[in-house]
Design a protein around this ligand. Structure first.
Ligand SMILES: [Zn+2]
Ligand SMILES: [Zn+2]
Ligand SMILES: [Zn+2]
Length: 193
């Protein structure tokens, strides 16, 4: 897999302090070449040329700004379970925009976190929610007794399969339970950096 050259600098060599990241079908990139202007230009061009890649790129972006299709309110969209703290958190309510504080951390629930990571990757790589959702549903049912997931005050249920909703109009913001949103209009109680 690591035979592809870096999409930014064109070099192949591996260096432990600057590894070649080769985790998707579209390109390989050095850690140090990621997040450079040249990479952003490459990324934008590829997004325009390939809609599968555009979807993948949007789904793995942290802090992508999206607008609610129902009322137009801006939200910040990020994948769950990525970054330095690979904890799965912020369950959504099945019926409203409330998020629970509960989380699934890999120290207590490594198998569940790994299963969610795999399903999330399959989804980002092109599977639809219709394909992946039933598997998340089955996982949620199988782990129900291990997780003490509470009910929302609206009467709905927090769950691994619920989608993020808009605080303004309650529309589903994205057909995914692998993502969470922050309301950029200021009505979201969640802290923003
Ligand atoms: Zn490079
Ligand atoms: Zn809305
Ligand atoms: Zn609710």
């Amino acid at each position: 897999m690591t035979e592809r050259p870096c999409c930014v600098c064109g070099n192949k060599e591996l260096d432990t302090s600057n590894p070649l990241i080769d985790d998707n079908p579209w390109y390989a990139v050095h850690l140090n070449c990621l997040n450079t202007p040249a990479f952003f230009a490459f990324n934008e061009k590829l997004k325009r040329a390939d809609k599968d890649y555009a979807r993948y790129s949007d789904l793995i972006t942290v802090g992508l700004v999206i607008h609610c299709e129902g009322c137009g309110l801006p939200h910040d969209l990020s994948p769950k379970g990525v970054g330095f703290d690979p904890t799965w958190e912020l369950y959504h309510c099945s019926d409203c925009a409330t998020k629970s504080e509960e989380e699934i951390n890999p120290y207590d629930h490594l198998e569940i976190v790994n299963a969610l990571d795999n399903l999330s990757e399959t989804f980002a790589m092109g599977a639809s929610w219709a394909d992946v959702g039933p598997k998340v549903e089955a996982l949620a049912l199988s782990v129900n007794d291990k997780l003490d997931i509470k009910r929302c005050s609206c009467g709905g249920a927090f769950s691994l399969t619920a989608h993020p909703r808009c605080h303004g109009c309650n529309s589903v913001l994205i057909e995914s339970a692998f993502h969470f949103t922050l309301d950029l209009s200021g009505s979201d109680e969640a802290a923003q950096e």
